[in-house]
Structures are given as C-alpha cells and as structure tokens.
Design a protein around this ligand. Structure first.
Ligand SMILES: Nc1ncnc2c1ncn2[C@@H]1O[C@H](COS(=O)(=O)NC(=O)[C@@H](N)CS)[C@@H](O)[C@H]1O
Ligand SMILES: [Mg+2]
Ligand SMILES: [Zn+2]
Length: 466
C-alpha cells in the first residue's frame, strides 16, 4: 500500500473492474464484474433518492446558447466542455455541448414546467454519463473525461428556507449512502474561491485515500436564485405574485466506486462491503477423492439454504486447487468464504472466513444457520465502517504551528485542522505556505488565525487533494 497509485491501477485490472486500454484518454470500458459492483452501488443510491425524488432523463447535447447563459457557470466550465460541431458531413449551424453537468439542459425545461407554487417543490435526479475535458492528470474512476456514473439531483423551491432545508436533506442522504458503503467522510463548506460555478455556496464530502490525499466524493450546492433568474424559472405565489424560485443541486460520481475500492482494499485485493457485493458468499469444497461425493452434496445443501435466505452465494466446484480459489475470490473481495471438508460434514458445521479481518469461525449447519450467517454479514458491514472511520480520524491533526502543518502535508500524513480568520488572501496564502488545498470550513472557532494571527473565525481543514 505504500505505492497506492500502483496498487490502485493493478487492482482495477486484477479484480476485473474496468479496462483502461480504451483508446480515448480518460475513458474506460466497464468489465462484467466491475459493472455488477457499480450496479449494486447505483441500486443503493436509487433506493435513497426515490424516497422523495423522481428520476428523469435529459438529452446529452446542450445548445451553445443555453450553456453560455449563466456567465459564472460557463466561466467555470468553458475549458472543460466537449463540443459536437457536425452532423454527418454537414457542419451544424449552432454547436452542441456534451453535458459537463446538466443545469443548462434542465433549467430551460424547468422554466416551462414550473408555473405556480403548486408545481413546487420539484425534486428530480438522473444517473447519466457526463463529459469534462479534464486537463489535470486523469486517473481511472477518480478524474475521468467521461464520468460514466454521474448522479445529479436538481431541486426547485418556493423559498430560500425550502432550498436550505433541501441542502440538509441532501447531506443526510449522502451520510446514509456513504455509511452504507463504509466510507468515512469530512463535511465542509468549500471556501468562496472553490465553490461550484454559479452556486451561492457548496457543501462537500471528502474522504481520505490511503496515500494521505483527500478525494471529493460528493457535493451539494445551494444555487439560490442565480440560475432561476438566468433561466427565468418563476412561479405564481399564493398571493398571485410572480417570483424567481430557489434551487439546489447535488452530485456524486464514479469516485464513490474508487473510494470503496481504495478504502477497504488491501494487499490481497478488493474487500467489498457485503451490502454491495455482487457475490456475498463463496462456498469452496475441500475435496478428497474418497469423500468427494458427500462433500459436494453437503455444499449444494448449504448453497440452497443460503439462496432461500436471499443471500447472493456462489458454489465454486471447479476442479482446481482450493488455494487457487481462495486467492481469486479474495482478489475479488467476496465478503465471506465458506470452506466445507470431510471433517466439517461429520460435525454438521462449516468454516466461515471473513475477508476483512481473516477471522475463521465454525458455524453449525442447523436451523439458525442462515440467521447466523446474516448476523456475521451485519457485523462485517459495521466493523468495516468503524475501522475505516478510525483509520481516517487518526490522520486528522489539530495543529497550531505552520511548521507542523508542512511536515504533515508534505509527508502524506493526512489532514490538518487549523484556525482561520476567514480572509480570502490569508487563506490562499496559507494554502501556498503549506502546499495544501483548503477543503473548507468545518465550523466556527475563536482563538488566533494560524496564518496571520488576527482573530480566528473558523475551524478549517487543509489537505493534499486529488
Ligand atoms: N473528472 C471527474 N471525474 C470523476 N468524478 C468527478 C469529476 N469531476 C467531478 N466529479 C465528481 O462529481 C461531483 C459533482 O460534480 S460537481 O461539479 O462538484 N457538481 C455538479 O456538477 C453539480 N451539478 C451537482 S451534480 C463532484 O463532487 C465529484 O465527486
Ligand atoms: Mg473539475
Ligand atoms: Zn488569517
């Protein structure tokens, strides 16, 4: 794990997640196993969003004049937009952008959909691919040019309070989502100079990767009335007045998958949270010639019982060495392995091995068998999440000395928490001094600004970032 980047690229290949050989930089093919993991993660996300959003689907191509409408927004994206300029041999009269994100695709339509207060709040999302011509170093699933798993939610409200309430709801949705994947997170309000182009403010979820750098795994933007004024999203109030609506949008991407792989993975390969593992349990028969029949028979019964319990189980009865099977399934991060040999069936039990801790347990194949397996799985989900949080918390340092900050940041030790006065120039100066990015404001604080010694106003986090 000391060379995280090498480990990361190898695991994507060895665990058959994606194939990076696709001949366009920053774009990759999803392989069957990786696709199944991605599908489970999307299912988890959909279940959360469908509680009070409707799923929609907008076109990929955005007319230039719509994309250019919100000046700050386009300022932030103009260097990253892919353009379509031809249809066949014919040059298009007006060029079309591949959506980098869909505000400018959706909001002209919202303006048509929203007439009166009865049409609000509107809460929609889509899970699509988006395109950003990233000029910084691209990296599979982390910084890609085709973001293949881009979930973007867009909401419209009558009042600022409505939008504020939705921001809080979105924060809870992301907390629940990342908790279910066992991913720890830092929640901060991005500094003014690093918020989403066109937003009033941005709340970000960052996680800490094994190399000491943080990865922005989700963002929530309060758009105020910036876009509703640009795209004329107005509604008739109860009193018959016309007002501009208040909006939010929030998104996650393939980075969620990158963080599940990176944070739970180890030298043996992936370690998937049981909740999103395409196969939760693999049964490996320990075969000896004289007892082959009854062992396989027993394995089939165990498999049947587990399937009846709605668990995703695979019986690996290939005619290869058990050790080879262990290696392969550990690489693929299957949460539980069940080993069954002649001694086990004599005692009517199986051996259960946890992928995360390596812990081995005997479990009786009796009436409580499925329940016992389910509680091991439940415990594993919780242990993986707790372990990841503890690991991250240990790498967040409260620091009141610039030199110490530099040492922590330069040696990839993690994140520093310091007191800041809130002044932008001072903040940017601090970033330069310790060669880190300000993730953002965690909360209020008194004391002295670490950088300029003026009155401190906020607790802020800084780290090396992706
Ligand atoms: N090049 C990229 N590769 C992978 N993920 C990315 C990339 N760029 C952004 N993301 C992820 O996408 C999330 C949402 O992107 S964003 O620009 O912050 N926000 C939006 O686009 C808003 N419309 C909310 S959906 C980011 O938090 C980040 O996790
Ligand atoms: Mg970007
Ligand atoms: Zn200061």
């Amino acid at each position: 794990m000391e060379n995280f980047s090498e480990w990361y690229h190898e695991i994507l290949e060895n665990a058959e997640i994606i194939d990076s050989r696709y001949p366009v930089k920053g774009m990759h093919a999803w392989l069957p196993y990786g696709f199944k993991i991605r599908k489970k993660i999307i299912e988890t996300l959909r279940k959360l969003l469908d509680e009070d959003h409707d799923e929609v689907l907008f076109p990929l191509l955005i007319p230039e004049e719509e994309l250019m409408k919100e000046s700050i927004h386009i300022k932030g994206f103009e260097d990253e937009v892919y353009w379509v300029t031809h249809g066949g041999k014919a040059k298009l009269k007006r060029k079309l952008a591949l959506r980098p994100t869909s505000e400018t695709a959706m909001y002209p339509m919202f303006s048509l959909w929203i007439r009166t207060h009865k049409d609000l709040p509107l809460k929609v999302y889509q899970i699509v691919n988006t395109f950003r011509y990233e000029t910084k170093h691209t990296r599979p699933l982390i910084r890609i040019r085709e973001i293949t798993t881009f979930k973007e939610a867009h909401t419209v409200h009558k009042t600022l309070e409505g939008a504020e309430k939705q921001v809080k709801k979105a924060i809870n949705i992301y907390k629940t989502f990342f908790d279910s994947l066992g991913i720890p997170y830092l929640i901060t309000k991005r500094p003014e100079w690093d918020k989403f182009p066109g937003a009033v403010y941005t709340i970000a979820f960052d996680t800490l990767m094994p190399d000491g750098r943080t990865l922005q795994i989700g963002t929530i933007h309060n758009l105020g009335q910036n876009f509703s004024k640009t795209f004329d999203i107005t509604f008739e109030t109860e009193e018959g007045k016309h007002e501009h609506a208040y909006q939010t949008c929030y998104g996650v991407s393939d980075r969620v998958i990158a963080s599940v792989i990176s944070i739970h993975g180890d030298e043996k390969g992936l370690c998937l949270p049981p909740k999103i593992a395409p196969i939760q349990i693999v049964i490996v028969p320990i075969i000896f010639k004289e007892t082959e029949e009854e062992v396989l028979e027993f394995c089939k019964n165990v498999e049947k019982k587990l399937k009846e319990g709605k668990l995703k189980v695979h019986l690996d009865d290939r005619d290869i060495r058990a050790g080879r099977k262990f290696y392969e399934w550990e690489m693929k991060g299957i949460p539980l392995r069940i080993e069954i040999g002649p001694k086990d069936i004599e005692k009517n039990k199986v051996v259960v091995v946890r992928r995360d801790s390596g812990e081995k347990m005997d479990v009786k194949f009796d009436d409580n068998f499925v329940e016992n397996i389910k509680s091991i799985i439940e415990k594993m989900n919780n242990d993986m999440r707790k372990r990841a949080w503890e690991k991250m918390k240990k790498k967040i340092y409260d620091v009141d000395d610039i030199k110490k900050c530099k040492d922590i940041i330069n040696n990839g030790k993690g994140v520093v928490r310091v007191i800041w006065c809130g002044n932008e120039n001072c903040g940017k100066n601090l970033e330069e001094k310790i060669k880190a990015d300000m993730l953002g404001i965690e909360g209020k604080s008194s004391g002295k600004c670490l950088n300029c010694n003026e009155d401190g106003k906020y607790k802020v986090l800084l780290a090396k970032t992706y």
